[in-house]
Ligand binder design. Sequence first.
Ligand code: ADP
Ligand code: MG
Length: 258
Amino acid sequence: MPILEAIDIIKQYKQYDTVVNAVNRASFKAEDGEFVAIIGASGSGKSTLLHICAGLDKPNYGTVKIRGTDITKLNPDQLGRFRGQFTGMVFQKHNLIPQLTALENILIPTIMCDRPAFSYEEHIKKLIKTLRLEDRLHHLPSELSGGQQQRVAIARAMINRPQVLFCDEPTGNLDRKNADEVLELLLDTKAVIGQTLIMVTHDMSIADRADKIYMMDDGQLYLFKDKQGFYRNSFAEEMKRAKKMNEYVITADSRPDA
Ligand SMILES: Nc1ncnc2c1ncn2[C@@H]1O[C@H](COP(=O)(O)OP(=O)(O)O)[C@@H](O)[C@H]1O
Ligand SMILES: [Mg+2]
């Protein structure tokens, strides 16, 4: 059974008398421990889909199953508990609380969740060490660099040891060096804690590290690449498309027909 399954998701927004199909019958799956990247142009519906999968928003139609539970059917209390226990979210703009220190921010989810069945102390120490935040714990977000703020947000998202971690362009506001560093730390932490990573990104060099890449195009979601290679259009078209998004280097052995 996949750990996450989004089936036929539709989300519409009404603006005056027009309807925007932000997500239009999108379906995808993630297996336990997989790193799934979702790419696509700005406005194509990536954040809307991610928020629905994370239980932060309701679809007009469709279901989201996490560990076999249809989260679209949970009441707000049940959903809050479920999210706290099994999922974490890293937002594009970290959303740290400015009046709280880094450590206090990191610990927020532990207050809002039933005590999970593991030793917090060990886990917290490991997380803080992996994310190299030891020296910054008692600083306010305004006293941290962009990369450090994003690392605090990642620690906060991982504090309850979520089985599924959702990230919405977690490196979107960072320069190349910091973006690469945050990705390495995410993957290291993923290796340490072992969870499923669902990441929206516009950065092809980051998406290329994923087990599977989906592409969102005007609300519709396509499998773009997996271990077998590229899908949807001809190889040449995919390359043109990918190149337009980023300078993406496609190696000969990643071609399905190579
Ligand atoms: N709360 C909202 N109200 C109305 N329209 C929205 C809302 N959120 C998103 N949209 C629209 O839905 C589409 C998809 O948005 P979004 O999911 O944020 O795209 P992406 O994350 O790919 O940039 C866009 O056309 C956007 O303007
Ligand atoms: Mg977005």
